[in-house]
Design a binder for this molecule. Structure first.
Ligand SMILES: [Mn+2]
Length: 261
């Protein structure tokens, strides 16, 4: 059985400016701790790959220290990691990813798609079609090319992208970075791993086109140690017969209790 872990929207480097300074530091630290837990979970469960569907970083301007700290946090899971940029960390010519490259901070077990790209993982027999954002907003569907792309027969065919599945939000919501609601069928994907909505949502019942992401805490007070809170990971497994089983994991330790006075 193939097993992978799907996560998104880590938003590393977020500043939490609406919180008291001490709380803001605590929350920023908690993000790194969550990524370490996630890497340990992937290692414990011996998943075949971890898919990170965009918005790894919150901004293009994060510090070298933050970039290094993030990639160090991945260490418990030996890989492969598959990662794409989202709208917050779009693959600009000069941005957080080019900086990470210059810092030589990207680990060898990371498959990072800074342009439309296919990664073949022969050991795991998974092929991953990646549609990263190369600018903050696009108005065409970056996953269009998945439909026609041939991949090795018998391998698990997985897509990764970041954006808004069309037709699920109300009309008046600006939905840049559109993704067709039937992309998974049209592109004959076994699983489409999405990010951007900061929550988990299964798009179609009989197939698997899914959002996963860390829930954002807004400007509210915190209470330590409460259950629930930051939602950081979904887990998916696929058997050779392509039956997909999904288990969501809630790994967070912080919960919003009230608005600031
Ligand atoms: Mn996003």
């Amino acid at each position: 059985m193939t097993k992978f872990l799907h996560t998104a929207d880590w938003q590393i480097g977020r500043l939490y400016g609406s919180f008291d300074p001490d709380d803001a530091v605590t929350l920023a630290d908690a993000r790194f701790a969550a990524i370490e837990r996630l890497a340990r979970l992937a290692a414990e469960e011996r998943v075949d790959a971890v898919l990170v569907a965009g918005d790894v970083f919150d901004a293009q301007t994060v510090s070298a220290r933050t970039i290094r700290r993030l990639f160090n946090a991945l260490e418990p899971y030996p890989g492969p990691w598959v990662m794409i940029p989202g709208n917050h960390d779009a693959a600009l010519a000069e941005g957080v990813w080019s900086y990470a490259k210059r810092l030589d901070a990207l680990p060898a077990n990371l498959h990072l798609a800074l342009e439309p790209q296919v990664f073949e993982l022969p050991e795991q027999r998974i092929v991953v079609l990646c549609a990263p954002l190369t600018q903050r907003h696009t108005y065409g569907d970056l996953t269009d090319w998945f439909d026609a792309r041939e991949t090795p027969l018998g391998w698990l065919r997985v897509g990764v992208s970041h954006g808004a599945v069309q037709g699920l939000l109300s009309e008046d919501i600006d939905s840049a970075n559109p993704i067709a609601p039937d992309r998974a069928q049209r592109a004959r994907l076994d699983y489409l791993a999405l990010g951007d909505w900061h929550g988990t949502k299964r798009i179609r019942s009989h197939l698997v086109q899914r959002h996963a992401g860390a829930r954002s805490l807004q400007g509210q007070r915190l209470r330590a140690g409460a259950p629930g809170g930051d939602r950081s990971a979904g887990r998916a497994a696929a058997s050779p017969r392509r039956r997909i089983a999904i288990a969501a994991r809630w790994r967070g330790g912080w919960r919003c209790t009230s608005d600031r006075p």
